[in-house]
Design a protein around this ligand. Structure first.
Ligand SMILES: [Zn+2]
Ligand SMILES: [Zn+2]
Length: 171
């Protein structure tokens, strides 16, 4: 979704609210693909702040579906999207910074890209379906939250699960 910002760069005090739709159905990060539940999109404010600059701001929450670190079941992870950027007219005197070039192409704001960027930065390091998730049985692979499988293994100890998480994170 591209939004042309020409009018916002050139018209003093021009301000509007627009809804950015996230049409990408998933987020690809380091080889993993996570579905995104973007809901109705994100309302942002576009305002001319003078000197050929436009402020883009808005915040909201989107859900990214990620696997639980222990049992691998899908978890709806709410990710805060908090946008606040000032962009400069492309042929203005100011240098265009790298940050801007991620989601601006000429006079167009790439709504998809700016949200994508925020989602990536907002992803949690650790995902658990619940704090006391019992994880998978190391013998048969059954999800232990759904009941014991009866395999000959030690009783899951939450401290061990925490150590396991550290181990997994460093893999
Ligand atoms: Zn879990
Ligand atoms: Zn088992």
């Amino acid at each position: 979704m591209l939004i042309n910002l020409t009018d916002y760069f050139k018209t003093p005090d021009k301000t509007d609210k627009v809804v950015l739709k996230y049409e990408g159905e998933s987020l690809c990060v380091e080889g993993c693909t996570y579905p995104v539940k973007a809901g109705d999109g994100l309302e942002i404010k576009l305002e001319n702040i003078g000197n050929g600059q436009v402020r883009i701001s808005g915040s909201g929450t989107m859900n990214v579906v990620m696997p639980c670190d222990r049992c691998l079941s899908d978890v709806d992870v709410p990710v805060e999207v908090d946008i606040d950027y000032t962009v400069t007219e492309p042929d203005g005197f100011n240098e265009i910074d790298d940050e801007q070039s991620i989601f601006m192409s000429g006079y167009d704001l790439d709504g998809e890209q700016i949200i994508h960027n925020e989602l990536i930065m907002g992803l949690p390091m650790k995902v658990l379906c619940k704090d006391d998730c019992k994880g998978l049985c190391p013998v048969c692979g059954r999800n232990r939250n759904e009941g014991e499988c009866g395999c000959d293994t030690f009783v899951p100890d939450p401290r061990m699960a925490a150590i396991q998480d550290i181990f997994n994170a460093n893999k």
